[in-house]
Design a protein around this ligand. Sequence first.
Ligand SMILES: NC(=O)c1ccc[n+]([C@@H]2O[C@H](COP(=O)([O-])OP(=O)(O)OC[C@H]3O[C@@H](n4cnc5c(N)ncnc54)[C@H](O)[C@@H]3O)[C@@H](O)[C@H]2O)c1
Length: 337
Amino acid sequence: MQRILITGTAGFIGFHLARLLLSEGFCVHGYDGLTDYYDVSLKQRRHQILLEHENFSATIGMLQDSLLLTRVASDFQPDVIIHLAAQAGVRYSLENPRSYLDSNIVGSFNVLETGLRLNVRHLLMASTSSVYGANTTMPFDEDQKTDTPLTIYAATKKANETMAHAYAHLHGLHTTMFRFFTVYGPWGRPDMALFRFTDAILDGRAIDVYNHGSMFRDFTYVDDLVKSIRLLINAIPPAPRDRTHRIQNDSISPVAPFRVVNIGNSTKIRLLDFVEAIEDELGQKAKRNYMGMQPGDVPATWADASLLLELTGYRPNTPYREGVANFVRWYRSYYNK
Ligand SMILES: NC(=O)c1ccc[n+]([C@@H]2O[C@H](COP(=O)([O-])OP(=O)(O)OC[C@H]3O[C@@H](n4cnc5c(N)ncnc54)[C@H](O)[C@@H]3O)[C@@H](O)[C@H]2O)c1
């Protein structure tokens, strides 16, 4: 039975990923600090559900606690580490940049050290479409330069990519970095648009629509995302000397067993169309507060997911209306609204 250590299992994506892997017979240990960035009870509830599974165990701890992380990992002896825990969120990084340095830089360094010490078969870590920063050539592909991050959040994730590349090169640590594009779905994050909009519409509050509605996102349904991660576990980047065939448009490093992979739906959706889907699902119109662009925000994201398809034979494909309907169904039943 494959043993997977996942950081961030009380979080939105980690929870879904752990559930999928457990359903496929993996043995999973979760590591999460249950930070209070948003409602801790939602995180606890996710963990409770996972703990119902006999092959799931968890440690509540911070990534910065390198002794604890090392001990937990040595006890568990993972074959693979999937590192998702992070201080996430673009907007909050303007308010509290230091928390991003602590969790994302120091924390991810500790995860790299752990992966190295335990000689894991594959280390997979979350980055973000935010690393494309001010780029305007769309869709974004992995070979584009990512030298214009617009927030400390994006900068810490870009730093993670470069730190991981260095460890892959120096120590032969086989590493895949994912760049996720706006992930949404049931059990989603309260700080993200779908949750905030649904909550506000049901409470009769106005929703803030930035850039006067001229915003586009490549919304990626969480089930599609975790399926992509699951398939990438087996797409281990080979060391330069072991490469037997070339993959088209591969982002693989010429000097290290390291690549970055976009995980997105490859569809650019207008934010206002997304809002309309929420309204239709709720049977209620939103009061809209049209605002200017937020500092650090980007008007559009759009993934080229052809590398993911090439590596796994799969690409996310859930239509946003279907994903929104699933979210609204979950939200209404979870919050009894
Ligand atoms: N959701 C998205 O749209 C999206 C997009 C791009 C990238 N990402 C990345 O995907 C990953 C997962 O995101 P998510 O949406 O599930 O976020 P989330 O906030 O729901 O989950 C992150 C989890 O990590 C834990 N955590 C945070 N800092 C920690 C620390 N220092 N030590 C231990 N645990 C800590 C939190 O308690 C939380 O449960 C993150 O790395 C995020 O940056 C997410």
